[in-house]
Design a protein around this ligand. Structure first.
Ligand code: BTN
Length: 264
């Protein structure tokens, strides 16, 4: 299995599942799986990732960074930053931003998402993370299912340009490995600083639903050093959001649909 050339599959269930199985069999750091369509594409929080044939980038990359398991959660934000840097370079006239934890947004619509899955997090050589990346590349508005038409976009819709998906894969692969190397050699601070410059939620009022179905409204303060999202409400209470999904109160991200765990 080569690191430079991905395993290319005409069609598959989920490239994350494929990469995970291959990582268990020893696939190396940087090894990727790429496909033109998925019939069981997985999003975060148990959602599906709709993968229309040939118009998106659907890939998963195996990472075996020299990091202790305590730093593995930082890979999530690092991957989002890498993706954002790639599209900023490719389409300098399009404004891109990151929505915690690692969705790529432009003009209030989502154009890409990342699903990171890890092996058992016990320090050692067998520890790995799979970074699964789905980008709406050349997808037209008609190809999105009706429930996504208002909230999803593609690089082509944003720029008017068709983009070579294999070329985009290579850029994503290389910049992801570069940013992971930066994380290993220089730590998370610089990555977090770069991430925060692109944060579309920063300072905005947002809402989420807790496990006991309470709707919380609080102002986003950006991710902390562990990658958890901080928010403060009108009484000054600080929330640390560990996982889940948050939505803006005003603006285009209006749906409240998940249960983040909250600690404080
Ligand atoms: C999200 O935003 O919810 C994450 C979406 C991640 C989708 C990608 S597509 C390639 C890889 N394989 C999967 O099954 N999921 C990820």
């Amino acid at each position: 299995m080569s690191m430079k050339n991905p395993l290319f599959l005409q069609s598959t269930g989920s490239t994350n599942d494929d990469a995970f199985k291959l990582a268990l069999k020893g696939a190396k750091h940087g090894f990727g799986v790429l496909t033109t369509t998925q019939h069981g594409g997985k999003g975060r929080l148990g959602k599906d990732w709709i993968s229309p044939v040939g118009t998106g980038l659907y890939c998963s990359i195996v990472l075996r960074p020299d990091l202790p398991f305590s730093q593995f959660p930082q890979i999530t934000l690092t991957a989002g930053l890498a993706l954002c840097k790639v599209v900023e370079c490719l389409l300098p006239n399009v404004p891109f931003g990151l929505k915690w934890p690692n969705d790529l947004y432009s003009n209030g619509c989502k154009c890409a998402g990342i699903l990171v899955e890890s092996s058992n997090l016990t320090d050692g050589e067998d520890m790995f993370a799979i970074v699964g990346i789905g980008i709406n590349v050349n997808t037209s508005l008609e190809e999105f299912p009706s429930e996504l038409k208002k909230t999803a976009t593609s690089l082509r819709i944003l720029s008017g340009k068709a983009i070579d998906i294999i070329y985009l894969y290579r850029r994503v692969h290389d910049v992801l490995l570069e940013q992971v190397e930066r994380l290993v050699s220089s730590g998370f601070d610089g990555i977090l600083e770069d991430w925060r410059k692109r944060d579309v939620l920063m300072g905005k009022e947002m809402q989420w639903v807790t496990c006991d179905k309470q709707v919380i409204t609080a102002r986003a303060m950006g991710p902390d050093k562990n990658g958890q999202l901080l928010a403060t409400d009108s009484s000054g209470k600080v929330y640390e959001i560990l996982s889940g999904d948050v939505q803006l109160v005003d603006g285009d991200m209006t749906e409240i649909d998940q249960d983040p765990s909250v600690g404080d």
